[in-house]
Design a protein around this ligand. Structure first.
Ligand SMILES: [Zn+2]
Length: 271
């Protein structure tokens, strides 16, 4: 059980301010959003079946009610062992805050945070998805692990890999502080497409061909750690994350969520 808390801030894509209030929910209810600004306060379960679009952030929907950029908040909850939570929000996008998950996990004290725990669903064979040379895979493993690789045509983002083992290093110190990142030469194009209206040098690391425009970094490999944060947030749509070694390379929210869907199918058929 944790003490309810709330945070406000602007959404990365909408640029609009919203307030999020998170409270414990009854056991078995799962994690779910409630759009308190809409008539009848519709609920959007944070599950695979609610996945709507996955362009540059993960959006969930239930009928006309939508909620966007859920991944950093959901990663924080699943990693801190919070399986049941009511997330009230008065708009359609979760605030980006400083671009990381640090502000969310800092709202939970040491007693509320539980060690990362996997579900009882067992992955007994490799489950994978790919697109071109990008892929996501879940391998059978005796310990839950997450590995990620990025390789972008920018000096600071070439061939960067990282593995996080929840049993050995806490989410709070290893993953939560890693911030969103972007590329200077894509900003204009994305803004023209109506995206990243709330993005700035205060809430995202930005790089160009020569390096980072707004150092210092919190980790030398902050970008790949952030990709792990996104991956964990997307996998949290399964509920508790099943025991496996998760590995992704040059992946996106689309591939992350496709893997989650394929895992759900596998578990539904095999259990
Ligand atoms: Zn992210």
């Amino acid at each position: 059980m944790f003490t309810p808390f709330q945070l406000s801030g602007i959404g990365l894509h909408s640029g609009k301010k919203t307030t999020v209030k998170i409270s414990p929910a009854e056991k078995g209810k799962g994690r779910y959003f409630m759009r308190v600004d809409l008539p009848n306060k519709p609920i959007i379960p944070a599950t695979i079946d609610s996945i709507a679009t996955t362009t540059l952030s993960t959006e969930l929907s239930n009928g006309d009610a939508k909620i966007r950029t859920v991944e950093h908040l959901l990663a924080s909850l699943v990693a801190c062992g919070i399986d049941d939570a009511q997330i009230e929000i008065n708009g359609n996008e979760v605030p980006l805050l400083d671009g990381s998950a640090q502000n969310w996990v800092n709202q939970l004290d040491d007693i509320s945070r539980k060690p990362f725990e996997s579900s009882t669903g067992i992955i007994t064979e490799a489950i994978w998805v790919r697109k071109d040379d990008a892929f996501c895979v879940a391998f059978p493993s005796s310990e839950i692990k997450f590995s990620y690789g990025v390789d972008y045509p920018y000096l600071v983002l070439e061939n960067q890999w990282y593995s996080w083992y929840p049993q050995r290093e806490s989410f709070v110190t290893a993953i939560a502080p890693a911030r969103t990142f972007g590329f200077a030469d894509q900003i204009e194009q994305l803004q023209k497409a109506g995206l990243i209206k709330g993005g700035s040098l205060e809430n995202a690391l930005v790089c160009d061909k020569n390096g980072w425009l707004n150092p210092p970094l919190r980790f030398e490999n902050e970008a790949v750690r952030h990709k792990l944060l996104d991956f964990i947030g997307d996998l949290s749509l399964l509920g508790k994350i099943p025991l496996a070694h998760y590995l992704a390379y040059k992946a996106s929210h689309q591939l992350h969520t496709e893997l989650a869907k394929k895992i759900k199918l596998f578990l539904d058929v095999n259990h």
